[in-house]
Write a protein that binds this ligand. Structure first.
Ligand code: NTF
Length: 833
């Protein structure tokens, strides 16, 4: 049977005209039902809650995908520069509610579901968190994606499609136990595979030479192992904007050619083993926060996603325009979210030199114009360094390139500025040689780009003065401050719709896109009627949180108590153990003086510890053991409760933050780069008790000294004290309450075993108290007494809380992103019609 070819390819295309799906309740109802029936193959009558959730997500996704395609086309056709955000972490949390609120579909979808007897709120709560990040750094990237779409900026986020996100935390006898987080075991309706943009990545192997058509030598990377990267796209819906950018996450796959050869040799098992090894590359997120993890797999992860992303960017440049390479930076800006993706610098050099045959000088100029780098930490243990041996094995060609970058830098600008100064060269070199040889990724990031930024004013100052003083002296114009921000859509509109409505009713809707307008609320702080409503909303959220506490900790707490909240990763520098010292002190005071006039307080913790971080886990155990004692001590009653909510993450934060009265931001001055939880809590009317660290400094400036509780040593005082020789024993012997507190922690009172918290006790005394808890202890206890006094005056407290909400508009990530767009990326806004 032969069919004429012409009948298979009709002259008129068969694609029907694009249909507008419609946003009416009826249209949405039929979309959802269609997905239940035709996508999921279920009966409407018997579909599971998960089916309804998936069908609802898909109905929403259908309505944003057209905008995603339109945005992409417009960005390509208009030929504007795009920002490519490279990050190893994105802590997205749940997507449905955010997408509903941002797209304006919330009310009609709620109505549609309710007409079908389904409760939207229940569906929203059933969504698993997309927890592809550890903490602040990953959540910042997620906030930035929201702001980029909202502000009509052409952007792509690149990252890794981890099969397992951050571990799920459980407490067993007060100790942290980790479980895998299989967030997408059942797939995810938000992600779309893009197999046509798959990339191939080389690793290992060795370097030889080849000659181009003009007889010029070029390095050639051969005998490599290959991996494939499959991109998954997640649409990012902006608030009240038609721009839908994408987050593109790479999944590692085995190279089929490679397997095919082994299959032919009959080694079926061997072939599948290789495949499994290849796929481990995107298996799991490293659960380390603010510590460097020198593992080969981690380096391979970094290079894998960087190489896929750069190949994708280069493909778009070559297909989209016929421009010389010198124009590449006019089309593509690349932001390095910390040093984790810094291998992008030698990778772009490799592409330009070895594949595109550019000369060194031109390639280097393109790199510098393309890249910029955000530093997120001053902690020396968090600064990434890769051993030269490992680097050479995994990325031999890249190491050659790094050596050449280094030689040109040391022989050029460094020699010119400090002739013959070997010490300066040792300090500035890209290779650390103080015992073994290591590649300093932070130095490479400063050198390979045109801008380096810190994430709060104080942090940027310390970057220039302490971390990179010589770089700053050589290239002062490269250093900029861009204070962090958070998206007010998720962290107010979505998590606190009641407060969002009250604000909108009072000052109009403009604040959602221009957060500085929140200042319009300043006057309401003096309006008793407004304060009543504000307080009622806070109380509502405290009731909701009390229920969560009851369900997950089995502890009954009163919503009339002061909710004192410390939620962040568990780390010594964040000083959850200073908080612990204060609670133990209060516990003693209550026992010694049961009649003391102390407003009841609930101390609420949420924190995961890196699985290998022994002392952090000891602190969790100590807080849980303290909680167990305090909560069950009849002498204490309701005066004091301590709860450690398990499995802290984005969704839990959305419940805790609107319910918080007090926000603990008590890091040792000079250690917290910025903090972003501090901003979310202040926005929701929690007052801050904090040190002059990170963005706390700027929060204090914005809200005013009367509306915040600042205590503790400043950065300069910390430095002086350490220089003089800090001795925690002096504080121990000179302060009886402190001594009793520490002795009590070291006793068998809390668990029956005196050795249980010996590591914690030793860290305070025998190991020198590296984060100066003892030095700040008395000032902290005094500040907490001021908090107690203020909370007893509800009108005063609410006034302060309102002023916090009104005055933190500066910390919107829209402002942060506008700063990046203006100062670093030079990006225009492109409105999608
Ligand atoms: C974190 N850095 C800082 O510790 C926070 O202070 C800051 O708010 C966030 O970054 C976002 O800028 C890290 O997680 C890391 F990995 F750099 F240590």
């Amino acid at each position: 049977l032969s069919i004429p070819l012409s009948s298979l390819s009709p002259a008129t295309p068969m694609t029907p005209a694009p249909c507008d799906l419609g946003n009416s309740t009826e249209a949405i109802k039929s979309s959802i039902v269609n997905h239940v029936r035709f996508t999921l193959g279920a009966y409407v009558d018997s579909a599971s809650p998960n089916d309804w959730w998936v069908a609802t997500c898909l109905a929403v996704r259908d309505r944003v995908m057209d905008s995603a395609t339109k945005s992409r086309t417009l960005h390509r056709k208009s030929g504007v520069r795009r920002i490519h955000y490279l990050s190893l972490e994105y802590l997205m949390g749940r997507l449905l509610e955010n997408n509903l609120r941002n797209s304006g579909l919330y009310d009609s979808v709620k109505q549609a579901l309710s007409e079908m007897g389904k409760d939207l709120d229940a569906l929203l709560q059933s969504e698993p968190d997309m927890g592809l990040g550890n903490g602040g750094l990953g959540r910042l990237a997620a906030c930035f994606m929201d702001s980029l779409s909202t502000m009509n900026l052409p952007a792509i986020g690149y990252g890794i499609h981890y099969e397992f996100g951050l571990f799920r935390q459980e407490f067993v006898n007060g100790r942290q136990v980790e479980h895998p987080d299989a967030w997408m075991r059942d797939g995810s309706p938000w992600k779309i595979a893009r197999p046509s943009y798959r990339q191939r990545v080389q690793l290992y192997g060795r370097v030889t030479q080849r000659f181009d058509e003009n007889g010029n030598p070029h390095a050639q990377w051969v005998d490599t192992k290959c991996l494939l990267g499959l991109p998954w796209d997640i649409p990012i819906v902006g608030y009240d904007s038609h721009t839908v950018n994408v987050l593109r996450l790479w999944q590692a796959q085995a190279d089929e050619d490679f397997n095919f050869k082994i299959f032919n040799e009959g080694s079926y098992i061997e072939a599948l083993r290789e495949k499994a090894i290849a796929e481990t590359v995107s298996k799991v997120l490293y659960p380390n926060d603010a510590t460097e993890s020198g593992k080969e797999l981690r380096l391979v992860q970094q290079y894998f996603f960087v190489a896929c992303s750069l190949a994708d960017i280069v493909r778009r440049f070559k297909n989209g325009y016929s421009l010389p390479w010198s124009e590449f930076p006019s089309k593509a800006a690349i932001q390095l979210n910390d040093t984790h993706p810094a291998v992008a610098i030698p990778e772009l050099m490799r592409i330009l030199l070895d594949e595109e045959n550019l000369d060194w000088g031109s390639a280097w100029k393109i790199c510098q114009e393309t890249f910029s780098y955000t530093n997120h930490t001053l902690l020396p243990e968090a600064l990434e360094m890769w051993s030269v041996g490992l680097f050479e094995r995994v990325l031999p060609r890249h190491l050659q390139i790094i050596y050449r970058i280094n030689a040109q830098f040391l022989d050029g600008p460094v020699e010119a500025r400090w002739p013959g100064d070997a010490a300066k060269k040792r300090v500035l070199s890209l290779i650390d040689e103080r015992g073994g040889k290591y590649v300093r990724m932070a130095h490479m990031s400063v050198l390979g780009g045109h801008a380096t930024n810190g994430v709060a004013a104080l942090h940027t100052r310390l970057l220039c003065e302490r971390l990179f003083p010589e770089f700053h002296e050589l290239f002062p114009e490269r250093f900029v401050n861009i204070t962090n921000g958070v998206t007010f859509r998720r962290w107010l509109d979505v998590c606190n719709p009641q407060l969002s409505s009250l604000i909108t009713e009072t000052i109009g809707e403009g604040w959602k896109k221009d957060a500085s307008k929140l200042r319009g609320l300043d006057a309401s702080a003096d309006d008793a009627g407004f304060r009543d409503r504000y307080r009622a909303i806070k109380r509502h959220h405290k009731v909701v949180l009390a229920k969560i506490i009851q369900d997950s900790c089995g502890v009954c707490v009163s919503p009339d108590a002061l909710f004192d909240v410390q939620i962040k990763r568990l780390h010594e520098y964040k000083r959850q153990h200073l908080n612990l010292l204060n609670i133990v002190t209060l516990y003693r005071q209550i026992l010694n003086n049961p009649k003391a006039d102390f407003h009841p307080r609930v101390f609420i913790f949420g924190a995961k510890a890196a699985p290998g971080y022994f002392l952090a886990k000891n602190i969790i155990h100590a807080i849980n053991s303290l909680a167990n004692k305090v909560n069950n001590d009849p002498r204490v009653g309701d005066k004091l409760k301590v709860v450690f909510l398990p499995n802290y993450g984005v969704s839990l934060a959305e419940k805790i933050i609107p319910a918080a009265d007090l926000s603990e931001q008590i890091s040792t001055a000079g250690k917290e780069a910025s903090g972003t939880g501090n901003m979310k809590l202040a926005l929701n009317g929690a007052l801050t008790i904090g040190t002059l660290d990170g963005a706390n400094v700027e929060i204090a400036e914005e809200v005013g000294d009367d509306n915040i509780f600042i205590f503790g040593l400043t950065v300069e005082q910390v430095t002086d004290l350490k220089a003089r020789g800090y001795n925690p024993w002096e504080y121990y012997w000179n302060n009886e309450a402190l001594r009793d507190t520490i002795d009590w922690i070291g006793s068998d009172y809390f668990t029956g075993h005196a050795h249980d918290f010996k590591p914690l006790r030793d860290s305070f005394l025998e190991h020198g108290d590296p984060y100066l808890c003892l030095a700040d202890y008395q000032m902290y206890v005094d500040a907490q007494a001021k908090v107690d006094a203020a909370y007893k005056q509800p009108e005063l407290w609410t006034k302060m809380a309102v002023l916090n909400t009104a005055r933190v508009g500066f910390f919107s990530s829209d402002r942060t992103i506008q700063d990046y767009a203006d100062k670093v990326w030079k990006l225009p806004q492109v409105a999608v019609p």
